[in-house]
Design a protein around this ligand. Structure first.
Ligand code: MG
Length: 365
């Protein structure tokens, strides 16, 4: 099975409600789909969103990185040589992690197809059912409380609460949601870099003293402020998770050795795909550090890959934040991963099991 071509598509899916964080507001998922063709007729699919404020990747840069730098190296490569191919992808150019992730996902999809097994089995196997949380966007308190209650009624037992806009209001937001869903759902707090280190410690002490129990606090400070992240981690009881502060395996090693965070949020769009995500999960496992698997605003192509990884690496990936598909108005993909609100399961279809992508618009490059 040799790679013969790489093509691009655009996939647009409207969200049920606008996705609002301290960094941005988005109402439609618009992702680049990567289609890797082979001489046997097998097709692999990958996906990447433009997340300029986090990874720096845009639709244009994703297409350019793949078409000009990655694709020329991959044409003619045997899918069986997976490790060689991932090396070619990772060394094709610096950064551009979302572009690399999209291509890696498609190649791993084909690798699973080559051996007739779902990707999670190729990655080591596991129990193919996981449970995800759902994001509650930052908004007026009443709206956030209503959204939280609605999510609990839809069966979600973990809520990812977006804060980081205004410290005083953020504390009130969390207290109101906590009292509305106490005992029915775990709360994860994501400040998306919106606080200073001192504000984060102040907010967490206030909440902890008020008896608000949070499962974790995610990325309280700016991505580059590792000292600030450690300052918060050293001073609060609630476990602190690094998201935008860590992309690849070497950064994870540094972060763990500094004890700057308690938990690592792995996202394929930050790691550059599955090969480095596997490394991070294994590094974390060696150090006894837990990981969350997260996603950007992605549909069930790239999120499916994250699901397979989470199942295979459940030893260290103990928390799942793969709500991209459940935030969408509909699922454009008929495939091997079944997204049913909080429950996600994998069928026995080879690779990612993707059969059809509805509404995919081909892009000529
Ligand atoms: Mg986050």
């Amino acid at each position: 099975m040799k790679i013969t071509d790489i093509q691009f598509g655009m996939l647009r899916v409207p969200l049920k409600t606008a996705f609002k964080t301290a960094l941005r507001t988005v109402d439609t998922v618009e992702d680049i789909v990567v289609i890797v063709r082979t001489d046997t007729g097998h097709v692999g699919y990958g996906e990447a969103p433009a997340t300029a404020v986090i990874t720096g990747d845009t639709h244009g840069s994703i297409i350019e990185a793949i078409a000009r730098f990655i694709k020329p190296r991959l044409i003619g490569q045997e899918i069986a040589n997976l490790n060689h191919i991932t090396h070619l992808i990772q060394t094709a150019l610096e950064r551009n992690t979302s572009a690399k992730a999209a291509v890696e996902i498609a190649v791993y999809d084909l690798f699973g197809q080559l051996y007739g097994a779902p990707l999670y089995k190729i990655l080591g196997g596991g129990d193919p059912v996981i449970t995800t949380d759902i994001t509650i966007s930052v908004d007026y308190i009443d709206k956030m409380v209503a959204d939280s209650i609605n999510a609990v009624e839809r069966g979600f037992e973990s809520l990812k609460i977006k804060v980081g806009k205004d410290i005083g209001l953020d504390i009130e937001r969390v207290k109101a949601i906590y009292s509305a869903v106490e005992g029915r759902a775990l709360l994860r707090l994501d400040a998306n870099q919106g606080w200073t280190a001192k504000q984060a410690v102040f907010a967490m002490h206030n909440l902890e003293d008020a008896g608000v129990v949070l499962e974790l606090l995610e990325q309280p400070v700016k991505a580059q402020d590792i000292d600030g992240l450690k300052y918060v981690t050293d001073r609060v009881h609630t476990p602190v998770m690094a998201d935008e502060s860590v992309f690849g395996p070497t950064e994870v090693i540094d972060l763990i050795k500094m004890r700057a965070a308690d938990i690592i949020n792995i996202k394929l769009m930050k790691t550059g795909g599955i090969s480095n995500a596997v490394r991070i999960a294994d590094i974390a496992s060696l150090y006894g550090v837990e990981c969350m698997i997260g996603c950007m605003l992605e549909t069930s192509i790239s999120v499916a890959a994250a699901v397979h990884l989470a199942v295979a690496k459940s030893q260290s990936i103990t928390k799942v934040d793969l709500d991209g598909p459940s935030l969408c108005q509909f699922n454009p993909v008929e495939g091997g991963v079944i997204f049913n609100e909080s429950e996600i399961s994998i069928t026995d279809a080879p690779g990612l099991g993707i059969q059809t992508i509805h509404g995919l618009e081909l892009i000529s490059v």
